[in-house]
Ligand binder design. Structure first.
Ligand code: PLP
Length: 405
């Protein structure tokens, strides 16, 4: 844990709970260390802002030199507001509308197109344009089946076998394919999948197929440990292999291309905490059920992906351990943060810190049961500031009914 308990407890008291807290120092460190792992002179990291679009995080990463991987017009607009220039943003949405394509193109952002039908429509409307193409790497990996985006059973990317059809469209409309992209999945379990996906994309990235390439983009998916005893991936070793493969590829292509990655989870997961307070404790025939003042709409990963999040009782870290079910406040039996978890005694009013809550937690949130998303606090160099306040219930209702009534 990088932020200490005393600080977190103080923030819970000051801002109330539930509360998201982000450690900006860890986030920026994770971003920077990718450059230590992958020693390619022209490496560019586009942060996948879908993982966490908090403005303070975006600004800190912008200052550190990152680009942005955006997936909706809203993402692009927010990235521009955070100060990213359009040429530092790549747009990798899927199943997009014509209107969305026009909107993003008008903002000067490079589109990454992942289907033949979309490519044909784009080409018809914008002949002669530059673009990136998303291929499906034909490799299946990820930390949950819902997070595996490679393989022909998924909706993502153009199949590698369709490269000739791509070339026909490109030639017909005089397009300039400046980049090729693949993304295999989130939380990749095997380094071999990263290498295989790279190799599969590089196999179609020949000068004969695509003579105008500036970059290859190998997506995101770098795994982080969620369990306390989980081993960290050896990214130094993985980075060395990535560099070797890319260097061999560039020698064959005939020029040194830029290498892009677009991680989200790796950069922000470990820097996030969600603080919840215990409202009630129930003893169901010996099964201890802890009821917290937040639920799955505010942190959905355990319910959605059966994801494990380490939980600490920061109010009573040295208590005698017992086994608990840590539950939310939503009317669904799946609304649990953890089941049968051994941890120091939990008492009503204690504050629990749900760790690794920086990626796909706040950003996947919603307002089910009409509970507004919690506030977010950003900590940098030991200084905490409110990065986004929570809406009150009255403000939330105003937003919902204000427009139409
Ligand atoms: C196309 C694309 N790129 C990058 C990412 C970021 O993945 P991660 O947060 O696992 O690094 C995702 C996540 O789903 C994605 O779909």
């Amino acid at each position: 844990m990088s932020l200490d308990r005393k600080l977190l407890l103080g923030l819970a008291r000051e801002y109330g709970t539930p509360l998201y807290v982000y450690d900006g120092d860890i986030i920026v460190r994770r971003y920077r260390e990718l450059y230590d792992f992958i020693k390619w002179p022209d490496l560019k990291i586009h942060y996948a802002m879908k993982a966490n679009y908090n403005l303070s995080i975006l600004k800190a990463l912008k200052e550190a030199g990152a680009g942005i991987d955006a997936v909706s017009p809203g993402d692009v607009m927010l990235a521009l507001k955070a100060g990213f220039s359009p040429d530092n943003i790549i747009y990798t949405a899927n199943n997009v509308s014509d209107e969305e394509v026009r909107q993003v193109k008008a903002l000067g952002v490079l589109l990454n197109i992942g289907s033949l039908s979309r490519l044909e429509k784009f080409a018809g409307e914008f002949p002669g344009s530059s673009l990136c193409l998303r291929f499906n790497p034909d490799v299946v990996d990820g930390e949950h089946v819902k997070l595996m985006t490679g393989g022909d059973l998924t909706k993502f990317g153009i199949l590698l076998q369709d490269v000739e059809k791509v070339k026909e469209i490109v030639a017909k409309y005089d397009l300039r394919v400046v980049g090729l992209h693949e993304h295999t999945g989130s939380g990749l379990q095997h380094s071999s999948s990263v290498f295989k996906s790279m190799e599969n994309l590089m196999a179609v990235a020949t000068p004969e197929n695509f003579p105008d390439l500036r970059f290859l983009d190998f997506g995101g998916g770098f795994k982080v440990p969620y369990k306390p005893d989980e081993k960290r991936v050896d990214y130094v070793e993985m980075g060395a292999e990535i560099t070797k493969l890319f260097s061999e590829f560039c020698a064959g292509y005939g020029k040194g291309l830029q290498m892009y990655f677009e991680p989200g989870k790796y950069i922000v997961a470990e820097g996030g905490y969600m603080l919840v307070r215990v409202n009630t404790i129930k003893d169901n025939k010996g099964r201890l059920i802890v009821g917290c003042n937040s639920g799955f709409p505010q942190l959905i990963r355990p319910m959605f992906y059966d994801a494990y999040h380490y939980i600490e009782n920061i109010s009573n870290p040295d208590g005698e351990t017992k086994i608990y079910d840590i539950c939310g406040n939503i009317c669904e039996s799946g609304d649990n943060f953890a089941a049968r978890r051994e941890m120091p005694e939990i008492r009503e009013n204690d504050v629990l810190s749900i760790q690794n809550a920086g990626a796909y937690c706040y950003s996947m949130g919603g307002v089910y049961n009409l509970r507004a998303m919690p506030a977010e606090v950003f900590v940098r160099n030991g200084k905490a500031e409110l990065a986004r306040r929570a809406l009150s219930s009255a403000e939330l209702i105003d937003l919902i009914v204000g427009e139409t009534n």
